[in-house]
Design a protein around this ligand. Structure first.
Ligand SMILES: C[S@@+](CC[C@H](N)C(=O)[O-])C[C@H]1O[C@@H](n2cnc3c(N)ncnc32)[C@H](O)[C@@H]1O
Length: 190
């Protein structure tokens, strides 16, 4: 059940979600591999971060940040339960979070760019944290009527998101119609 559609306190029904989007398949298709440093910005309780930690393995690392401390607590608990020691989590805003300088192979925004108070600033942080050649993966709601999702007025179109990403100094390499609900933008740090 969706307790909320977005924002703080947000919790998904993972089973239902997995039918539409298998996070492990998604991450592998995006190019995530063993040994990589992966950042999940707005990670909630880890629908993507947990499978990502399994893919990158003990030679890799997953960083997750979310503004919702309870979601971060759930993620930390799940990581412990699954014996994953390669996840570093932080409760805080993406606007104020810099995990490192140039260490990330892949940064993921999972249905969240439209949620940030200052998406341009969050993208600047992402550019700073990405290694040269590192990838930004932005999955987000289409700005058109869909079965679920936030009001159209708060969504970002592919074009608007691409412009924001390019303005942060990243190069958009692909814009895909990912599913009936979502588009996918892939960009790299030059
Ligand atoms: C639609 S949910 C997506 C969660 C996750 N990426 C996923 O796909 O399961 C958006 C998340 O962004 C978080 N969020 C919203 N604004 C944020 C901000 N400024 N900084 C960090 N996290 C934020 C919310 O708490 C929520 O967990």
């Amino acid at each position: 059940m969706h307790h909320h559609t977005h924002g703080i306190g947000f919790q998904y029904d993972e089973e239902k979600r997995r039918e539409k989007l298998d996070p492990e398949k998604f991450l592998r298709a995006a190019g995530l591999q063993e040994g990589m440093a992966f950042m999940d910005i707005g990670c909630n309780d880890g629908f993507f971060a947990i499978p990502a930690a399994k893919i990158v393995g003990s030679s890799g690392k997953v960083y997750g940040v979310d503004i919702d401390p309870e979601a971060i607590q759930r993620l930390a608990r799940r990581a412990t339960e699954e014996g994953l020691e390669n996840i570093e989590v932080r409760a805080g805003t993406a606007e104020e979070t810099l995990f490192c300088d140039g260490c990330a192979d892949m940064i993921f925004f999972g249905i969240v760019l439209h949620d940030f108070n200052d998406p341009a600033h969050v993208l600047k942080n992402a550019r700073a944290m990405l290694a040269t050649g590192g990838k930004l993966i932005n999955l987000d709601w289409k700005k058109e009527p869909t079965e679920a999702g936030p009001p159209l007025s708060v969504r970002l179109s592919e074009a608007d998101a691409s412009t924001l990403i390019e303005e942060a100094g990243l190069t958009v390499s692909r814009v895909d119609d990912f599913s009936p609900d979502f588009y996918l933008i892939i960009a790299t740090r030059p």
